[in-house]
Structures are given as C-alpha cells and as structure tokens.
Design a protein. Structure first.
Lengths: 234, 258
C-alpha cells in the first residue's frame, strides 16, 4: 500500500518549491459530487515540461483531477492556480468528442488554427506525419462513425497534438490501444516533450502499462493523492 | 472564415436554416402582400341557391347579367360559355319536363347562372326570377328550377373562404415552425462544432460570432423584401428580432452530451 508520507518526500521529480515557476499548483483541492468525494485535499504541483501519469482504480478520481486541471470544473474547496500566462491545454477526452458524421480527416482539421501555423500546408504536413507515425494515414477518409475504437482514439490524440498546446491532458488515451500502440503514443509525446517542452498529463487505470514509461506517477485512491514520484519506487 | 466552415460542414441544415430565416423575415414583413396579392387573388367560389336561365341570343344578356348582379339578393351572375350551355340544356329541358331536340330551342341563345345570397327567402327568390322575366321579356327567357348547392360544394366554398382569410397567417406559422426546427437542429450541430474549435484552437465565442455573422447575412438577403413592396417595418423587425434572439443559445458554455 501507499503511504501518504511518501508524498512530499519523493520530490525527485517536479515537486517544485517555487510555485511561481510551476504550471499547475493545487492547494488542498476537494471536489464533491453531492455526497461523493471525488477528490480529497489534493496537494499537487506540476512543472512545465513534466510528464505525469495519473493512476488509480476506476472511480479513484483521475477524470475529476484532469477536469480540475483544465478548468472544466471548480473545486468545492481549495485552490487551483496556473501561475504561467497563456497556457493552452488541449485534451483527449475519455469520450473522445469527435463528430461522428465527419471523416477522421475533417475532425483533425477542426484543430487547424491559422494563427499557429505559417500555412495550411504546414498543418497538413504535421497532420500527415503524426498519422503516419500512428499508422492511420490510410484510414483518414473513413467517417468517425465507421471507425473502430483504436482509430477514433488515435484521431482524438492527434487532434489534441495538432493544436500545438503547452499542455497535453489525456484521459485514458490508450483504453482502446494495444501495448505497441501505447508505446508509440508515449514515444510521440516524449518527442514533443523533448523538442517542444510539451507538458503531459496522462491518466490511466493501467499502472503496469505506464510504469514502463519515464515520468512521474501520481496515484489516487478514493480521491486521495497517495503517491507522487518515480515509478521505480512503487 | 469560421462562418463558411460552419455552413460547409453542415451544408444541408445550414442552408435550410439560412433560407428559412430569410423566408420568415420576408413572410412576416410582407404579411399584407401575402393577404392581398396572393391569397385574395385565388379564384373565388360563391355558394348559394342558384338557377340557370336561357336567354334568346337577340337579347343583350350582358346587360341582363349586370342588372341582376346589382340586386341585393344576388351574389353572383356568371355567363356560361357555349359548351357549358350545351351540357346544361338537357338539364333545363328535363326540369321543364320537355324533351331535348323538340325543335323549340333551335335558335341562338345565351346562358346565365344566377346565384342567390345564402339564406335568401323564397319570396325574394321569386321576385328576382320575375324581375328577370320582365326584364328580358316573357318569351325570350327560359328559367330552370332553383336548386340548393349540395353540401360538398358548400364545404368546399367555406374552406376556400377560410383559407383566403387565414392563408397568410397559416403560411407564416408554417414557415416559423419549420424555421424553429431547423434553428434547433442547426444550432445544435453548430454548437458542437464550435465547442471543438474552441477546445483545439485559441478562439473564444466562436458559435456566437458565427451565428451573428449569419444574422447579418440573413438581414442582407432579407432586403429583397423591398422587391415585393415596402414591408411592414414592425413585422420585419420582429422577424429579425426572433432570429437575433436565438443567439442567446450561443452565449452559454456548450456541454458535450455523452
Ligand atoms: N459529474 C459527476 N457527478 C457525480 N459523480 C461523479 C461525477 N464525476 C465523477 N463522479 C464520481 O466521482 C468519483 C470519481 O470519478 P472519476 O474522477 O471519474 O474517477 P476515475 O476517472 O478515476 O474513474 C466516482 O465515484 C464517480 O462516480
Ligand atoms: Mg475516468
């Protein structure tokens, strides 16, 4: 079992003492849904450029934590601070949020923000490159309704990356992917992390899977943050 | 531009919405035009007790028809054309108890259909018939018996009258209903798309902007209403108001439903 005293001592990764430099700073965050306590007194700092895996059983509060980080919901008590300015967070939602009647390609193109790319061509180049790496370049013309779970999930992931965010927040992004594809995703994210300083927050109930990747693990149990640190210490 | 993307990705519902919006504004503004110039121009049918009259061709039947038409108990006098007369001749001869082809009616004649006002007393009917006989001369005119319109014709006439009176309102209500459906349908799709644009592009209030652009375009297209005549300013504004008001839909944060 995890001991809550680990928290705060395992600071090798990202427990920044300088709150002003952090990306997210959560102070004593509690989220109630009626009588359900989805998060309880969560104390957490995430620094720019970190790769963080949020683990925990189903119902532990992973989705709720990601929603609080993205500003989707306000905590019932406690504070969420984003000390940096102009942080753009793009998300892979657990329910993917794709438009079923449109093709995979059209769904991806919804992420084309002309302010972020020199040209549409540059966007398409990025899009094709990511699709090639994820192995879906031949299936882009399928509508989302025709696509299988794995393809849909990849489209949602690539769309989030094409938004050129500072933070990539993904809720169970590999639930429909096998271990090989999960590793591919990790490698792509790691590349963006190294090259562009992308911060990654990746929630997964499959701790064994994410333990193989490099990054900080945050473990939730019934809404409590019970561990934060390297996988090797679990 | 976001507006064209919004329409492009929802071609059918987007165009349906735009066209219905323009129709709604035009219809409301031109309610008078619809009433007076469209529905009142429908051929009118008059129902009431009627009789046919055969008049010797030498008589000026148009004068007779005009004189009769001026009487308070008569709602309409129509001049029958030749083929209609031939069809009715048998009927009239029958009602007179005569046989067709008896040689008595081998001359040139004109036919009138005289329709009384609904609910006219039988005494007035007789007076009118006598008046016609006196006017034309006893031996120059042959009258058929007075008949009541059958209920089918009556119902038909009533329906037509109602339709003429309420047609414009009915049309506008129909357009409004269709518009409401298309607005709800289209705005749901638009909101969904704009939610995604806002989630993955650094943009805000995309739905509202797209919708308001739509309102401007609808207003411009609605100016064609002046081709039909000066619209009622109030109803024209009411139309645009309804469409503009629908934009409150886009102010609140969209919730993606699962
Ligand atoms: N919108 C909500 N309304 C009510 N209860 C919720 C809501 N979202 C989450 N919960 C509850 O909060 C707890 C944590 O949920 P969640 O954050 O989705 O967990 P996880 O993602 O780890 O499976 C669960 O008990 C869940 O039922
Ligand atoms: Mg979840």
């Amino acid at each position: 079992m995890f001991n809550s005293t680990f928290h705060g001592t395992m600071t090798g990764h990202g427990q920044s003492s300088n709150r002003l430099n952090s990306l997210f700073y959560l102070e004593n965050v509690t989220v109630d849904f009626g009588s359900v306590k989805a998060l309880r007194n969560v104390q957490l700092t995430i620094d720019p450029g970190e790769i963080v895996f949020v683990t925990g059983a189903s119902g532990a509060g992973k989705t709720t934590l990601l929603r609080v980080l993205s500003g989707d919901i306000e905590p019932t008590s406690g504070q969420v601070k984003l000390p940096q300015k102009n942080v753009f967070i793009s998300r892979v939602f657990q329910d993917l949020r794709l438009i079923g009647r449109l093709s995979c390609e059209e769904n991806l193109k919804l992420a084309f923000d002309p302010a972020l790319y020199n040209s549409k061509g540059e966007f398409l180049q990025d899009m094709n490159e990511l699709c090639r790496i994820m192995g879906i370049q031949n299936r882009l013309s399928l509508t989302v309704n025709e696509a299988n779970g794995g393809l849909k999930q990849k489209v949602a992931i690539i769309r989030a990356l094409l938004a050129r965010p500072q933070v990539f927040v993904a809720d169970e992004p590999t639930s429909s992917l096998d271990a090989d594809n999960a590793r591919k995703l990790y490698e792509v994210l790691n590349l963006y992390n190294v090259k562009k300083g992308l911060t990654v927050v990746w929630a997964s109930h499959n701790r064994e899977l994410v333990k193989k990747f490099t990054g900080r693990i945050i473990h939730l149990d019934s809404g409590k943050l019970v561990y934060s640190g390297h996988a090797c210490f679990i | 531009m976001q507006f064209w993307k919004g329409i492009e990705k929802n071609l059918a519902s987007g165009f349906a919405f735009m066209i219905l919006s323009v129709l709604l504004v035009t219809g409301l503004g031109q309610k008078d035009f619809l009433e007076k110039r469209v529905f009142n121009q429908l051929p009118s049918e008059v129902s009431g007790p009627y009789f046919y009259a055969l008049i010797s061709g030498k008589e000026n039947h148009l004068r007779l028809s005009r004189k009769l038409g001026e009487l308070p108990g008569v709602s309409l006098v129509s001049v029958l054309d030749k083929s209609e007369i031939n069809a009715k001749v048998g009927e009239i001869l029958d009602s007179l108890g005569l046989e067709a082809g008896s040689g008595m009616f081998d001359f040139d004649y004109a036919g009138l259909k005289v329709i009384f006002k609904e609910g006219i007393s039988s005494r007035s009917r007789e007076l009118i018939r006598d008046y016609l006989v006196r006017l034309a001369g006893k031996d120059k005119v042959t009258l058929g018996v007075t008949k009541d319109n059958d209920t089918l014709v009556k119902k038909h006439t009533e329906a037509l009258t109602t339709f003429k009176r309420w047609g414009a309102v009915l049309t506008i209500s129909l357009i409004f209903t269709l518009w409401l459906f298309s607005a709800i349908f289209f705005s749901k799709r638009l909101k969904e798309m704009c939610y995604l644009v806002e989630s993955f592009q650094r943009k805000e209030k995309v739905g509202l902007k797209v919708y308001l652009t739509g309102v401007v375009i609808i207003s411009l297209f609605s100016l064609q209403t002046f081709l039909w005549g000066t619209p009622s300013a109030m109803f024209f504004m009411v139309g645009l108001g309804i469409i503009s008001l629908f934009s409150v839909n886009f102010i609140t944060q969209y919730k993606w439903n699962k």
